[in-house]
Design a protein around this ligand. Structure first.
Ligand SMILES: Nc1nc2c(ncn2[C@@H]2O[C@H](COP(=O)(O)OP(=O)(O)OP(=O)(O)O)[C@@H](O)[C@H]2O)c(=O)[nH]1
Ligand SMILES: O=C([O-])CC(=O)C(=O)O
Ligand SMILES: [Mn+2]
Length: 605
């Protein structure tokens, strides 16, 4: 045991037994129970610097912050190596890779055998959401990566207080096992970013377990985030009639002081963090963040849906984040206490990435460790490079973030990246129509997952890579949630698209970022009953002049282009939607077929 391990075990019998079992299988040199103390984390940061994994940034520029570069093969979530191992294949459904739990556990047990040789095994007790929630959502991650430990310290509430509560309650918890899959057998030397070519990100929804092997990056390795808070939690939510969603949560205060809470589901790298941190360009509007990636929603006593952000930190896309686009993110990371992975390092010990400033630095060390100049002809930072930073450092964090029961949601936004077809904003007619729009949501793929970028794919509720069970049952769960509530108390559902392009010149039709507040204003006016809309075959779009474009350099004609419902584009879209829904087979809820028929009739109108 090192001096930093103040605890050496636990009185939570199930936890102690599991830790002993994993240690016997993986044969680490030592086991360290993570307390979460500042000294302990500092010690691990120092070790990561000594190992070459971290470079400490200049204290005057980014205090207590580190730069890391991953292995170039380990840069994003690996969707083709991600499994939902339910007992029955049907329960994983067509959107997931499936293997029988016993078979997958057999394969992975062989991989885990001795995989921590020469390493330290860290035990990280954590809670997603609040420790004083009615039903605290515990997890324990076992990992052989110090990088994962210090990242988990930022991303979740971890350590001693969590373990004590788990002991008092003899609480059950989600077992999250992680190894980078790089044993130091026979005194083999370590590398800066250990990982393996063999990767498995496995979920066992019935037993609420996560087994991850071979990757040290992001959602593959920080198991509280996508693996637990979305994949496993979505299965729990189905069983317990709540919702675990890939959504930002935003609080908006209008110039007259009315307050609204909005949740938004956009696929990875499609603008959740940016909208959660919006700096409205409209006079008198105030925005505050509650969450930027994940929302857990439950019905409150008043029958409304309340959302909490289960996370403690932000794991944000770096490129494109700058003073002009997201000043609040810049203010957040400037305070330090952050880890920057796969961005570029400046010569004076700071970080830089594409889009941070208009002017490019004359010289950098790029994410691959090479010298970089503006003439290099390559990007300095990986497109999925990320900042990992404490949520509380965000200057516009809402006080409600600390509210264990969350905030009542007034509207849900579904959004994606679509160059064509999808208008800037439209309102759905009712809950079921909104569920249909969510279930058929589409977006061009991004660098957040390994694979081709820019290909349109359907991404139901922005949850395609994160639904921990059958997608048909998931859509049905949304419909069930609708049935539980008084229609008037349900959030209204909207679709938005900040990414539509001009057909002639390919430029963005909408300025986006802070100007998205104009769309939010119309949505709030709709909720209050004052916003004017016009019916289209797909839903209600802002009436001419209803979108506040004061001070915006846009003609009426340009606004109309952004809002257009184009018959030809929608004829193509209808075919794609039909093709997509056919994949659900007999799991497709009949309400979705009804909505499809309505859309078809409207378009043929
Ligand atoms: N054109 C345009 N780009 C945007 C807008 N909002 C975000 N982006 C860009 O989209 C990219 C991803 O944005 P994020 O806000 O980090 O996306 P995210 O949904 O939080 O992504 P994950 O954290 O991977 O789930 C960044 O490069 C942003 O600069 C917008 O309104 N307009
Ligand atoms: O999980 C990750 O690696 C990063 C992330 O937030 C996403 O892809 O949506
Ligand atoms: Mn994000």
């Amino acid at each position: 045991m090192t001096a930093t391990s103040a605890t050496t075990g636990t009185t939570n019998a199930a936890l102690q037994a599991w830790v002993d079992e994993v240690a016997a299988l993986t044969t680490p040199d030592k086991v360290v129970w993570i307390t979460g103390s500042d000294e302990e984390i500092q010690g691990l940061n120092d070790e990561l610097v000594a190992a070459g994994t971290f470079v400490k940034l200049d204290e005057s520029k980014k205090p207590n912050s580190y730069w890391a570069a991953s292995d170039p093969s380990d840069v994003a979530r690996v969707e083709d190596r991600t499994f939902i191992a339910s007992e029955k294949e049907e329960d994983a459904g067509f959107t997931n890779n499936w293997m029988a739990p016993a078979e997958l556990k057999g394969i992975m047990t062989d991989l885990y055998k001795g995989c921590m040789t020469g390493r330290t095994m860290y035990v990280i007790p954590f809670v997603m959401g609040h420790l004083n929630a009615d039903q605290p959502m515990y997890g324990v991650e076992i990992t052989d990566s110090a990088y994962v430990v210090v990242s988990m310290k930022i991303m979740a509430r971890i350590g001693e207080p969590v373990l004590r509560a788990m002991e008092e309650q003899q609480a059950s918890f989600v077992k999250c096992l992680h190894s980078v899959g790089y044993p130091l057998t026979d005194g083999k030397a370590d590398v800066k970013w250990p990982c393996s070519d063999t990767k498995y990100i496995a979920h066992f929804p019935e037993t609420r377990e996560i087994w991850s092997y071979g990757s040290g990056y992001g959602g593959n390795a920080l198991l509280g985030k996508k693996c637990y808070a979305l994949r496993i939690a979505s299965a729990m939510a189905r069983d317990e009639m709540w919702m675990a969603e890939h959504m930002l949560i935003l609080k908006l205060t209008s110039p007259t002081g009315s307050k609204h809470y909005i949740a938004g589901a956009f696929p990875s790298a499609c603008g959740k963090t940016n909208l959660a941190m919006i700096d409205p360009t409209l006079e008198g509007w105030e925005a505050e963040m509650v969450g930027d990636d994940i929302a857990w929603m439950r019905f409150g006593k008043d029958g409304r849906l309340y959302a909490v952000n289960p996370e403690f930190g932000l794991f944000g896309v770096a490129p494109g984040t700058g003073e002009n686009t997201n000043p609040n993110a810049m203010r957040t990371v400037e305070q330090g206490n952050s880890i920057f992975t796969n961005v570029a390092l400046t010569d004076d010990g700071d970080v830089w990435w594409e889009g941070m400033t208009d002017e490019k630095p004359a010289h950098l060390t790029d994410w691959k460790g090479n010298d970089w100049t503006p003439e290099s002809g390559v990007v300095s930072s990986h497109p999925n490079s990320r900042f990992c930073t404490p949520a509380k450092q965000c200057p516009m964090m809402a006080d409600e973030y600390d509210e264990p029961n969350g905030v009542p949601i007034d509207a849900i936004l579904f959004g994606g990246r679509r160059k064509t077809t999808v208008p800037l904003v439209y309102e759905t007619r009712d809950w079921n129509h909104g569920v249909f729009v969510g279930a058929t949501l589409s977006s061009e793929t991004t660098a957040a997952a390994v694979g081709a970028v820019g290909v349109v794919r359907r991404d139901p509720m922005a949850m395609l890579p994160f639904i921990g069970y059958n997608a048909g049952d998931y859509v049905n769960h949304w419909l069930e949630i609708g049935k539980q509530a008084d229609a008037a108390k349900l959030p209204k559902i909207y679709q938005v698209n900040w990414f539509r392009r001009d057909r002639e010149d390919g430029s963005f039709l909408w300025p986006g970022f802070g100007d998205n507040a104009r769309v939010l204003k119309w949505i709030i006016e709709r909720l209050d009953g004052s916003g004017e809309g016009v019916d289209t075959p797909v839903g209600i779009v802002p009436a001419p002049g209803a979108l506040d474009t004061t001070g915006l350099d846009m003609t009426e004609e340009q606004v109309a282009k952004a809002l257009e419902v184009n018959a030809e584009e929608w004829a193509t879209e209808l075919g794609l939607i039909e093709e997509w829904l056919a994949k659900f087979g007999d799991k497709l809820p009949s309400q979705m077929s009804d909505e499809l028929a309505t859309l078809k009739a409207n378009l043929e109108g």
